[in-house]
Design a protein around this ligand. Structure first.
Ligand code: NAD
Ligand code: DAU
Length: 371
C-alpha cells in the first residue's frame, strides 16, 4: 500500500476538507482530482478555463459525485474566484492552472504571461482577501499550494549536480520565465502578507491522460498511426521522468505536512535521454501492438532542434524524502508500460483529443522542422 494512504490528515479541521483545485481538467490536475475523490482525500471544486489542453471526459467518471464540483472560468477573474471562495469556503487552494507547453510558449508567449504570471497574481490576490477574513484558527490551517516546474532552474551540463531548492533561478524559455515569475509572486505573498503558501517544483510528468503534444503521448500516438517520431536535435537532451500518480501523492503530502513558506522539489530519480525514451516506447509497442513488417523504431526521425533547448534537467528530491518521507514508487519500466497500455485501452479518449485544433498544432510545430 502506498504510504500516502496511511498518513493522517494533519492540517485540516474537518475529516473531508474542501480544496479549490485550478486547472483540474488538465493532465496532472485531473489525475490529482480522480485520486482525491476516489480516496476521499477531499471535496473538490475544480476551476478550469477549458483551454485546448483540457479534457472534461477525463473526469466523466466522477462528474456526478456529490463531493465534486466543476466551474468553467479563469484564475485571473478575481470576481469569479472571490465568489467561489465565499461560496465553497475551501481549506486550501492547489494551483495547477497554467499554459504548460514549452514549444507553444516559443511560438506564442502571450497566453503564458497572461495565465501563468497575471493569472497566478490575481489568484493570489483573491486568496489573500479571502484568507484575511478567516478566523485566526482557519487562517493558520489554510494553504495555498502552487505547482511549479524544475525548468525555473535552467539547464544542467552532464556532470552538474541536480537542482536543489536553493539552486538560483535561471529560466530559459518564455514558459519557464512565466513559471519563475509566478513562483516569485507566491514567495512574495508569504513574506509580505503571511499567506500560508507552499511551492512544489517537479520534473517531467508522464502517465495516463496526458495531452498528446508532449513527448511521451505524442510518440505513442504517432507510432500507432505509423507517423514519424520527431526527435529534436541529437536526442541526447535529458529529462527526469516522474510518474504522475507519484507526483499527485507528493502534492497531497506537501499539502498536509509541508512547512509553510517552503519549496519542495519532486522528481522521479529517473534521468533519461529523449532518444532512449522514444526507443523504449517503440520496444513496448513492438510487444503489445506489433507491426507485421517493421519495428516502430524505424519511424524515428531527427528534426530541427527546439530554440534554446535546455540540455538536461535533474531533481534532487532529498528534502521531501528526508522531511516528509516521500519517495517515487513507480520505476520507469513499469510506469511506461502502464502508460502505453492506457493509451491502447482508451481509444475514445484518444480520438476525442486528436480532433479539432490538435491537427493544426501538429502542422504549426512540425511542418517546417524537417532537417
Ligand atoms: P496541462 O496543460 O495539461 O493543463 C493545464 C490546465 O489548466 C488545463 O486544463 C487548462 O484548461 C487550465 N488552464 C489554463 N489556463 C487557465 C486559466 N487562465 N484559468 C483556469 N484554468 C486554466 O498542464 P499539466 O501538465 O497538467 O500541468 C499542471 C501544472 O503543473 C502546470 O502549472 C505546469 O506548469 C506544472 N508542471 C507540469 C509538468 C509536466 O510535466 N506536465 C512538470 C512540471 C510542472
Ligand atoms: O520539466 C518539467 C516540464 O516538463 C514542465 O514544466 C512542462 O510543463 C512540460 O511540458 C515538460 O517540458 P518539456 O519541454 O521537457 O516536455 P516535452 O514533452 O515538450 O519535451 C520533452 C523532451 O523531448 C524535450 O527535451 C523536448 C523533446 N521533444 C519534445 C517533443 C514534443 C522532442 O524531441 N520531440 C518532440 O516532438
Amino acid at each position: 500500500m502506498r504510504i500516502i494512504t496511511i498518513l493522517m490528515t494533519q492540517i485540516f479541521s474537518t475529516i473531508m476538507p474542501t480544496l479549490l483545485v485550478t486547472g483540474g481538467a488538465g493532465f496532472i490536475g485531473a489525475n490529482f482530482i480522480l485520486q482525491a475523490i476516489k480516496s476521499q482525500w477531499a471535496n473538490v471544486v475544480n476551476l478550469d478555463k477549458l483551454t485546448y489542453a483540457s479534457n472534461l471526459q477525463t473526469l466523466a467518471e466522477i462528474a456526478s459525485n456529490p463531493n465534486y464540483h466543476f466551474i468553467q472560468g479563469d484564475i485571473g477573474n478575481v470576481e469569479l474566484v472571490s465568489y467561489l471562495l465565499e461560496q465553497y469556503q475551501p481549506d486550501a487552494i492547489i494551483n495547477f492552472a497554467a499554459e504548460s507547453h514549452v514549444d507553444r510558449s516559443i511560438l506564442s508567449p502571450h497566453d503564458f504571461i497572461q495565465t501563468n504570471v497575471v493569472g497566478t497574481f490575481q489568484l493570489l490576490e483573491a486568496s489573500r482577501l479571502y484568507w484575511q477574513k478567516l478566523s485566526s484558527t482557519k487562517q493558520q490551517q489554510f494553504r495555498f499550494l502552487h505547482v511549479s516546474t524544475d525548468e525555473v532552474y535552467g539547464s544542467l551540463q552532464p556532470q552538474d549536480p541536480a537542482f536543489r531548492e536553493d539552486t538560483p533561478y535561471a529560466p530559459n524559455s518564455p514558459y519557464a520565465a512565466s513559471k519563475a515569475a509566478s513562483d516569485h509572486f507566491v514567495r512574495a505573498y508569504y513574506h509580505t502578507y503571511g499567506l500560508p503558501t507552499l511551492t512544489t517544483n517537479c520534473s517531467n510528468n508522464y502517465g495516463p491522460r496526458q495531452f498528446p503534444e508532449k513527448l511521451i503521448p505524442l510518440t505513442i500516438l504517432n507510432a500507432l498511426d505509423s507517423k514519424p517520431l520527431p526527435i529534436y536535435g541529437d536526442g541526447q537532451n535529458v529529462r527526469d521522468w516522474l510518474y504522475v500518480i507519484d507526483h499527485c501523492e507528493a502534492i497531497y503530502l506537501v499539502l498536509q505536512q509541508g512547512k509553510v513558506g517552503e519549496t519542495y522539489n519532486i522528481g522521479g530519480l529517473n534521468e533519461q535521454a529523449n532518444l532512449t525514451v522514444v526507443e523504449r516506447i517503440c520496444a513496448i509497442l513492438d510487444e503489445l501492438a506489433p507491426k507485421s513488417n517493421s519495428h516502430y523504431s524505424s519511424l524515428i526521425t531527427f528534426v530541427k532542434d527546439r530554440p534554446g533547448h535546455d540540455r538536461r534537467y535533474a531533481i534532487d528530491c532529498s528534502k521531501i524524502s528526508r522531511d516528509l518521507g516521500w519517495q517515487p514508487q513507480e520505476n520507469f519500466d513499469s510506469g511506461l508500460l502502464k502508460t502505453v497500455q492506457w493509451y491502447l485501452n482508451n481509444s475514445d479518449w484518444v480520438n476525442q483529443v486528436r480532433s479539432g485544433d490538435y491537427q493544426n498544432w501538429l502542422k504549426q510545430n512540425y511542418e517546417n522542422r524537417k532537417l
